[in-house]
Design a protein around this ligand. Sequence first.
Ligand SMILES: [Zn+2]
Length: 192
Amino acid sequence: MTLKPIYKKIKTVYIYEIICKYTSERYIGSTTNIIKRKNSHKKMSAKTASVSIINRSNWTLNIIEKFNTKFKLVQLLKEQWYLDNFPNINMKRALTINMMKIKEKRKSDKRYYTNNKDDIEIKKTIYRKTIYKDRKNLLDKQWRNKNKETINLKNKNNIYICECGSEIRRDSKSKHNRSQKHINYTSSKTAS
Ligand SMILES: [Zn+2]
């Protein structure tokens, strides 16, 4: 997907939700023209997830956040943040990892950074909090799946059965030795 990362001028962006008043289902979107968008939702194709809410004809559109930016990317990052953190019926991500690979032409220009500092910092923060985290979780999961047997074996070898009958991990032995169950066992043994 190609994405023009920068609007020609600063735009006011609206992150909005469409809530079904019957089921409380939520659809999340973003736009630079809220009135036009609200009307267009009323005649969207069946492919859009919001259609099921609109068709029930008892819904409300709320603005969740309003901000100014020159970056389309900031808009999508914010939208994706809401998608990741609130229940919703959306079927598509606002942002994919490929879209983050867009290079900014004047990235190294100091004056450019100073003029757009706020937007750039927001972008970095949201990137760290959403995209980076998503990606890391995915990679961690892939790694765990790939190494499942090794991990299981390692955990198995790491477990032993204490004389008190508890199944414990070797690295938590000293903690276990201070546990009530273990103390009760040792004291009963000493007493007999
Ligand atoms: Zn024990």
